[in-house]
Ligand binder design. Structure first.
Ligand SMILES: Cc1cc2nc3c(=O)[nH]c(=O)nc-3n(C[C@H](O)[C@H](O)[C@H](O)COP(=O)(O)OP(=O)(O)OC[C@H]3O[C@@H](n4cnc5c(N)ncnc54)[C@H](O)[C@@H]3O)c2cc1C
Length: 423
């Protein structure tokens, strides 16, 4: 354990002491500070600090898309590339609007294949031969009622020797994960997956009663595409790197992104930009930064306004954090517009869906700015609502239909029914 603790000190050092210093914890300290941990087989532990996605990965990714739009980028959802060919030094992509089934063409100087687990499939369509290929690791998480009131992520070694996480998720807790080799990106949660996660949670945690399948509020399932050199086959699963690889075919101006981690996304982006520059397509404004937090002066102005109007006194008692904190994290400079709406009508700060941590003005803003086409976009891809509210509670919630009216106007009923039919 001491060896691992020294590892965290080293990690802190290479992070240039940005986070809080790691702490070595004896068994009795763990019992005192986090009684949810079952310390029967524990000798000691440690605490260290790192970055954490408070909302969820989908919101984090959408915020990149939203800010790229603010800076002149073009992004469209529900568009599929069904084929792409080189014509006169250009790529011509056969695109399909999957909502209306309408085909159209996109012309581009270069093609960046960022299809995640479908990268190989798309390269087959376009006949691109790459050094790297993907193998898939399935991972699932289960969401259950809150296990501890403390806000830290608890990390253990599971029965298979891999890391196991208990992660605060707003009013609930997310537990997992699994790591199973699968042949296809299309997977689902099996009973064996559920039993693995629940069994480990029950043995690693001090719970009033063991968790059962009935405690599952929602499930997450996905595949991690892992980059390997060569085609398919069985790789040494444990040793397989999670690092990304970018294969470039200069004559076709084609890039493929394999593997990688979300936490590395800015580095991947920088590498793609560098590779495109080498192909003669430089970034038009190399010194402009379009992502990240707005300037401190904007934040100060926002916080000053929020304080003057007593925004945090309007926070619903069930919320896991004050409104001023949540609005800034989710919307940055656009949170200032929400303050204006609440000043005009304090009802705009009311929660619309129980346990969902979403106010009326946020849903109005989402309708205008967040490319919401289906109810699932709002409930799962812009927010974590469908992960923390049981399906039945969601279905019976008065506020959900009101949210649908705000998001879809006359199509509210249709979109509501579509969601419960498809999910
Ligand atoms: C269980 C699990 C746990 C993970 N944990 C972590 C973690 O703790 N930390 C971390 O950093 N990362 C983690 N990851 C990895 C992280 O999710 C990925 O690194 C990240 O999602 C990769 O982003 P991407 O944009 O490259 O691919 P994706 O997120 O897969 O996006 C690819 C997109 O391309 C679209 N697409 C595919 N084919 C087409 C087509 N023909 N036309 C148009 N669009 C298409 C897909 O619909 C999708 O939207 C985890 C992944 C899983 C599954």
């Amino acid at each position: 354990m001491l060896f691992v603790y020294f590892g965290t000190l080293f990690y802190w050092l290479i992070g240039r002491f940005f986070a809080q210093a790691p702490r070595y914890l004896t068994k009795s300290q763990i019992n005192r500070e986090e009684s949810a941990v079952n310390t029967t087989n524990v000798k000691a532990g440690f605490e260290y600090s790192d970055c954490y996605l408070h909302d969820n990965d989908a919101r984090f990714v959408f915020n990149f898309i939203r800010s790229s739009l603010n800076f002149g980028g073009i992004a469209a959802n529900y568009v599929e590339s069904t084929q792409a060919k080189r014509e006169n030094d250009l790529w011509v992509v056969d695109a399909k609007d999957t909502m209306g089934n309408t085909p159209f063409k996109i012309r581009a100087k270069a093609l960046v294949n960022a299809c995640g687990p479908y990268v190989d499939q798309h390269n087959q369509l376009t006949q691109q031969k790459t050094t790297h290929h993907h193998v898939f690791s399935k991972g699932i998480h289960l969401v259950v009622d809150r296990i501890t009131d403390h806000k830290r992520v608890l990390t253990f070694f599971a029965s298979d020797g891999r890391l196991f996480f208990v992660i605060p998720m707003g009013p609930k807790t997310c537990i997992g994960t699994t790591d199973t080799q699968v042949d296809s990106p299309e997977t689902e949660v099996t009973d064996a997956d559920r039993e693995f996660v629940l069994g480990n949670a029950n043995s690693l945690l001090n719970l009033k009663r063991p968790l059962t399948k009935a405690d599952i509020i929602a499930e997450r399932c996905g595949v991690r595409p892992l980059a390997i050199t060569g085609v398919g086959g069985k790789a040494d699963w444990v040793k397989l790197s999670r690092k990304h690889a970018i294969d470039v075919i200069p004559k076709d101006r084609h890039l493929s992104i394999f593997g990688g981690k979300l936490t590395d996304c800015l580095n991947v982006g920088d590498e793609v930009v560098d590779e495109l520059a080498k192909l003669g397509i430089p970034v038009p404004y190399p010194d402009r930064k379009w992502y990240g937090e707005p300037h401190d002066t904007i934040k100060d102005d926002y916080l000053h306004q929020a304080k003057l109007m007593g925004l945090d006194t309007l926070t619903n008692p069930s919320s896991s954090e004050p409104l001023s904190v949540r609005f800034w994290r989710r919307y940055g400079a656009n949170a200032i517009g929400l303050l204006e709406n609440i000043r005009n009508d304090p009802q705009e700060a009311e929660l619309l869906i129980e346990n969902a941590e979403y106010t009326r003005c946020e849903i109005e803003q989402a309708a205008q700015r967040e490319m919401i086409t289906k109810l699932e976009d709002f409930l799962r891809r812009r927010s974590k609502i469908s992960l923390v509210v049981r399906r039945e509670d969601l279905k019976n919630s008065q506020g959900l239909m009101e949210a649908c009216h705000i998001l879809f106007g006359d199509l509210a009923q249709e979109k509501y029914e579509e969601y419960f039919r498809e999910n």
